[in-house]
Design a protein around this ligand. Structure first.
Ligand code: GDD
Ligand code: MG
Length: 352
C-alpha cells in the first residue's frame, strides 16, 4: 500500500524561513519535519512506499532526505511540472495506483491511529475517508459537517465567519479509492478540498469521517511552528529525545561545548557542536541548533535557532525564530515574534 505526502506548497506563511528551506524539511528540533510524518506512516505495516509529491524546491528536499535511508520505508519523488493544486497533485502522483491510498498534507503533525482510519474505510467500503479534528476557529481550514452515522454531508474550504456551523475541520489525512481519480482533470490545477470532496457528496458516494480529538497541528505559520516545539518538550506530542522522560528536562548534546557558569533551564534542546560560552543563559523552550555559538552572557529565551548561528555577547533572543547562519550582534535584543531568514545579520546594539 502506498501513501502520498502532499509536500509541494510554497510555505508562504512560514516565510522567510521557507525561502531556502521548503516546509517539509523545516527542522523540528534536529530532524526535518517530514520525518515525523513518516514515523506515523510507518506504524501501518501495510504501507511500504511513500510518494513525495513535490513542486517547490524539490532538489532541496532530495538533497536532505535522499533515499530516506534509515526511515524504514521506500521513498519515491514525484515532481509536478507546474503546481497542480492538492487534487491535481494526487492524480499526478497516484495515476498508476489500483489500491486504496493514504494521502497526507505535508504540514500536519498528529498522532492519529492510521490503522483505525483504514479499518473504518474498509468496514464502510468507502470511496473516501477523511480524518476530522475539532478546532476553536475553523476559518483557516476546511469545515466538514457530518451526520450522526459519520457520513460527510458538507465540505466547505476556508468558511466565512457566518458559514461556521460546526467545529470539525479537515485534518489533511485521507484514505482514497483510486477509481475516483478519473474525475480529476489531468495537468491542470485542481483542488481536492474545493472540487474533489464536494463531488463525492454530490454523487452520493460513501464519504466517511473519522473524528480524532488527540494531538493535531498544522505547522504552516511561525506561531504554530514554535508551538510544536513546546508540545514536544512538554510531552504533548511524543518524539525523541523528550518522550518518556521527566517533564522539564533539558537535552544537551554530548557533542555540545558548555563552558562553566552557563545556566540551562529546561525544557530546552541544545544540538551537536553548539557552543555555550560562560554566563550565557538558555531558558525554557529554546532550541540551539547545530554549531550555533552563544557568546558570553547572551540570553536565549524560548527562541528557536537553526544551525550555524552566532549570538553575540549579552544579546537577548526571546520568542523568535532564526534561520540558518544568522548573526546577532552583541547586546542586540530580539523580542517575541521576530522571524529571521537565513544569513540575517543584526548589528550590535540593535533592537527588534
Ligand atoms: N504537490 C503539491 N502541489 N502539493 C501542494 C500543492 C500543489 O500544487 N498545493 C498545496 N500543496 C500541499 C502543501 O504543501 C500542504 O502540505 C498541503 O498540500 C495543503 O496545502 P496548504 O497550503 O498547507 O493548505 P491549508 O493549510 O491552507 O489547508 C489545507 O490543510 C488544512 C489542514 O491543515 C486544507 O486541506 C484544509 O481543508 C485543511 O483543513
Ligand atoms: Mg497547511
Amino acid at each position: 500500500m502506498k501513501a502520498i505526502l502532499l509536500a509541494g506548497g510554497k510555505g508562504t506563511r512560514l516565510r522567510p524561513l521557507t525561502v531556502h528551506t521548503p516546509k517539509p524539511i523545516v527542522p523540528i528540533l534536529n530532524r526535518p519535519f517530514l520525518y515525523y510524518q513518516i514515523d506515523l506512516l510507518r506504524q501501518v505495516p501495510e504501507i511500504d512506499e511513500v510518494i513525495l509529491s513535490l513542486n517547490y524546491q524539490p532538489r532541496r528536499i532530495e538533497e536532505i532526505v535522499g533515499e530516506g535511508e534509515g526511515l524504514g520505508l521506500r521513498l519515491r519523488y514525484v515532481v509536478e511540472p507546474t503546481p497542480l493544486g492538492t487534487g491535481g497533485a494526487v492524480r499526478y502522483a497516484g495515476d498508476q495506483l489500483t489500491q486504496s491510498v493514504v494521502v497526507f498534507n505535508g504540514d500536519v503533525l498528529t498522532q492519529v491511529d492510521l490503522g483505525a482510519v483504514l479499518r473504518l474505510h474498509r468496514e464502510r467500503k468507502a470511496k473516501a475517508t477523511i480524518v476530522l479534528t475539532p478546532v476553536d476557529n475553523p476559518r483557516a481550514y476546511g469545515l466538514v459537517e457530518t451526520d450522526a452515522a459519520g457520513n460527510v454531508q458538507r465540505f466547505l474550504e476556508k468558511p466565512g465567519e457566518d458559514e461556521i456551523t460546526c467545529n470539525t475541520i479537515n485534518a489533511g489525512i485521507y484514505v482514497l479509492e483510486p477509481d475516483t481519480f478519473e474525475r480529476i482533470p489531468k495537468d491542470t490545477a485542481w483542488s481536492i478540498e474545493r472540487s474533489f470532496f464536494p463531488s463525492l457528496i454530490e454523487r452520493g458516494e460513501t464519504f466517511v469521517a473519522y473524528v480524532y480529538d488527540g494531538y493535531w497541528i498544522d505547522i504552516g505559520a511561525p506561531a504554530k511552528y514554535r508551538q510544536v516545539h513546546r508540545d514536544i518538550m512538554d510531552g504533548r506530542y511524543h518524539a525523541p529525545p523528550f518522550d518518556g522522560g521527566p517533564p522539564g528536562r533539558s537535552w544537551v548534546s554530548p557533542h555540545a561545548k558548555v563552558e562553566e557558569g552557563v545556566e540551562i533551564h529546561g525544557p530546552c534542546f541544545v544540538d551537536d557542536g553548539a557552543v555555550l560560552k560562560t554566563g550565557s543563559r538558555i531558558l525554557p523552550y529554546s532550541v540551539v541548533g547545530r554549531q550555533t555559538h552563544v557568546d558570553e552572557a547572551a540570553v536565549i529565551d524560548g527562541a528557536i535557532i537553526w544551525p550555524n548561528g552566532w549570538i553575540g555577547r549579552e544579546a537577548v533572543v526571546r520568542g523568535s525564530i532564526l534561520g540558518r547562519n544568522c548573526h546577532i550582534g552583541r547586546n542586540a535584543v530580539l523580542e517575541d515574534g521576530a522571524v529571521l531568514g537565513d544569513k540575517t545579520v543584526i548589528t550590535d546594539y540593535s533592537t527588534l
